[in-house]
Design a protein around this ligand. Structure first.
Ligand code: ZN
Length: 298
């Protein structure tokens, strides 16, 4: 039986697993993200225990250069995690393990896993949005992940920001008040002047503002990509009240314009949480290693 490796690499941790398939996971280990060389060595040593891996998939934080014609294909580019800028995780691991290594973003990978095995396995067009330290969207259209010159950067779209109602200027170091600048976990944290890493309790008034901004984003996705399902994941969405607020706002924003029955009559099953929960990213990496991403062209 072939064995595959999978990594979800994040700013705080690297989740690694070895599996035959989604239901037969042989080993799983989490490593804290340290300096690049140290982290890569720990991860490689973990996978070296198994000498017969067929291939490995990486679901990585970004931005990554995913243009296969680029000299920097697979390289982490303008990440705010400055130690990791310019690191080619795929090549680093490939050169040490000497097996094929494939890479995509964490959010594209999560979208893929939810499409194969999760909340959206009954549709061909879906969007997975993660709202956490950053915001991103994996968009699958006709069973293929949307990519152009590289992956999409949905977190940095502009949304209406009424400074009279909300004077917070946003936290995005590139754009200030883009979607991520206004509604990511660091934005919520800074707006509420909390200790680093904390977000307010579910009853806090800030959540209605967060819901409003995320609803604009969902509204724009519905109008631009016509998804058959929208999945909202990531740490911020663990506030269970948030998804209800978003559904209500989206319904109001659309104002009965869209003729699609799940939106008109069944919003609870249209805007949903990820079925795979926090595992979506690393299982997406496994899917990529197994060649299940419908477009093995890397
Ligand atoms: Zn931005």
């Amino acid at each position: 039986m072939a064995l595959y490796g999978a990594i979800e690499s994040g700013g705080h941790k690297f989740v690694c697993l070895i599996a035959e398939d989604k239901d037969t996971i042989l080993e799983k280990k989490v490593f804290l993200t340290k300096k690049p060389k140290e982290t890569i060595l720990e991860v490689v040593n973990f996978f070296r225990q198994f000498g017969n891996l067929q291939s490995l998939g990486i679901a990585s934080f970004g931005p990554i250069d995913l243009n296969q014609n680029s000299q920097n294909y697979g390289v982490l580019t303008t990440t705010p995690k400055t130690l990791w800028q310019g690191i080619d995780l795929r090549k680093e691991i490939n050169s040490r393990l000497r097996i094929p290594v494939y890479i995509d973003t964490d959010v594209n990978s999560a979208a893929l896993a939810e499409h194969l095995w999760g909340s959206a396995n009954d549709v061909s067009n879906l969007v997975y949005i993660t709202v956490g330290t950053g915001i991103g969207a994996g968009i699958i259209c006709n069973d293929k992940l949307i990519k152009g010159f590289s992956h999409t950067e949905f977190g940095h779209i502009r949304i209406p920001h009424d400074l009279k109602e909300d004077s917070f200027l946003g936290v995005c170091i590139f754009h200030g008040n883009c979607l991520e600048g206004l509604a990511s976990a660091p934005a919520i944290n800074k707006r509420c002047e909390l200790e680093e890493g904390r977000i307010p309790p579910p009853e806090h008034q800030v959540w209605s503002l967060v819901a409003k901004y995320l609803s604009f984003a969902v509204n724009n996705l519905i109008f631009t990509t016509a998804p058959e399902k929208i999945i909202l994941g990531g740490g911020v969405m663990k506030n269970k009240k948030l998804i209800t607020l978003i559904r209500q706002n989206v319904y109001d924003l659309l104002n009965s314009y869209v003729e699609y029955d799940p939106i008109k009559f069944d919003l609870e099953n249209y805007i949903v949480h990820p079925k795979l929960g926090d595992e979506a990213g690393v299982l997406g990496a496994l899917a990529i290693a197994m060649g299940l991403n419908f477009e093995i062209n890397q």
